[in-house]
Design a protein around this ligand. Sequence first.
Ligand code: DGL
Length: 272
Amino acid sequence: MKTQYDSRPIGIFDSGVGGLTVLKELLAAFPNENFIYLGDTARVPYGAKSTRTIERYTIQVADFLIRRNVKGLVAACNTASALGLGALRAHCDTPVLGVIQPGCQQAMEHIKDKNSHIGIIGTRSTIASGAYPNTLALFEPQLKVSSLACPLFVPLVEEGWLEHTATRIIVEENLAPFIKNPVDILILGCTHYPVLKPVIAQILGKKTILIDSAEAVSESLGKLFKKVILPTQNNNTQMVEFYVTDVADRFQEVAGRFLDSLNVASVEMVDL
Ligand code: DGL
């Protein structure tokens, strides 16, 4: 039987620059695939907005990518994945992958038994949505799940305060409930948090397994290729286009912190 291919790019979107943590994983895992990244920098942060607003933004950013003829969509943003995916899937036929399901699936691969304690950290809206505990409950209803909103982590990462003393203090203060009542697994449920992995790991210690949803997504995209998206055939020059909805220079500057190895050479500003 002849293998079928699809040379169209994959669209990936986020509220801003944070989704580059996911793009970085996908570029390495799928060297044959081309990507189009859209950061909604004019309206970031999504993290404290209502479901209605997030749904509207998610559909608008996805429509931009669909007009560019993508073969699949990756919602790199945890907040958009938690609050906007239902509306997006009802709106379009393009296959959509969010970060919540893959993150939960990876967490489940690490649990020892159903008494395991899983922690989730994310933006206020992601945590308030209950998307992570609800998804985990589908795997195992008896798991102990504790959620914490950590809204200060995003600005710390955006400012590049990764090893700053203030960052350590803020991370320690925010994670105090998990220092007091340790979790076996902690899901980093926000695009920016993987960048703080070293300090989080130091504070919580070796016994807590950190789940990076950026890594989990590439595994799930691989499965999607087997089921609903066709791969690109032998592509020697992987292409990535970058779009933002505001101030491209700032995006390029912050991007360096997320994608040390990738050169974000040109970024185009667009209206949605
Ligand atoms: N991208 C968002 C997320 O993963 C974090 C930044 C924001 O609040 O927009 O939830």
